[in-house]
Design a protein around this ligand. Structure first.
Ligand SMILES: CC(C)(COP(=O)(O)OP(=O)(O)OC[C@H]1O[C@@H](n2cnc3c(N)ncnc32)[C@H](O)[C@@H]1OP(=O)(O)O)[C@@H](O)C(=O)NCCC(=O)NCCS
Length: 167
């Protein structure tokens, strides 16, 4: 039996969601466009919106009721782009990695997208993040472009692979 449960986060998970989001920004600053310094100043309302907004699906992986991983799907609301969704904020706590949790989170994100009639799912990954890049490749995402030097952290630039999957 699978020891991890994937479910949509609700307002009751707000504090755990905020903690894990700030943890990923603090521990993996080069892998995300946002920063710990910016988000730790966010008002509670802004965190709540990320969970309750109708165009955002925040999935969490739980182990014994502890939130150990997250993944966000953002749906487009505009008529001409609503067949496209984005995945971001993919993170699994260090001590829970290499057990297939990220794979499960993405699989369920893709299922949710399919059930909404989404046809294309996009994401981006820092070009030197081999672990995440391999994961996305293995799950069928293909590189369609490269965005040079998009993230600047501690005076170092990081480029992004733009990846896409037809579902
Ligand atoms: C990327 C990340 C989410 C993967 O989470 P995970 O739960 O360990 O991943 P999984 O166990 O589901 O692994 C799935 C696949 O990812 C790849 N992968 C996982 N760990 C890897 C490693 N150490 N080296 C290379 N590839 C790896 C493999 O393709 C693996 O498939 P396999 O087990 O069949 O070989 C996790 O390492 C993480 O949170 N990293 C820091 C944050 C980050 O980089 N997020 C992505 C931002 S785009």
């Amino acid at each position: 039996m699978n020891k991890y449960i994937i479910k949509q986060l609700k307002e009751e998970n707000l504090n755990d969601y905020r903690d894990i989001r700030l943890e990923l920004l603090k521990t993996e600053p080069q892998n995300f466009g946002s920063s710990f310094e910016d988000e730790q100043k966010f008002e509670m309302q802004r965190w709540i919106e990320r969970i309750i907004k109708s165009n955002i699906l925040t999935l969490g992986a739980f182990h014994n009721e502890i939130l150990v991983g997250i993944c966000l799907v953002v749906y487009n609301l505009r008529t001409k782009t609503k067949h496209v969704a984005d995945i971001n904020s993919m993170y699994v706590k260090k001590e829970y990695r290499n057990q297939g949790i990220a794979k499960q989170l993405i699989d369920q994100s893709l299922e949710a997208c399919k059930s909404k009639g989404i046809e294309i799912v996009n994401l981006s990954v820092v070009t030197i993040n081999d672990t995440a890049f391999n994961l996305y490749k293995q799950l069928g995402f293909k590189v369609y472009g490269e965005e040079p030097r998009t993230i600047k952290h501690k005076n170092k630039y990081y480029s992004l692979y733009l990846m896409s999957k037809n579902i």
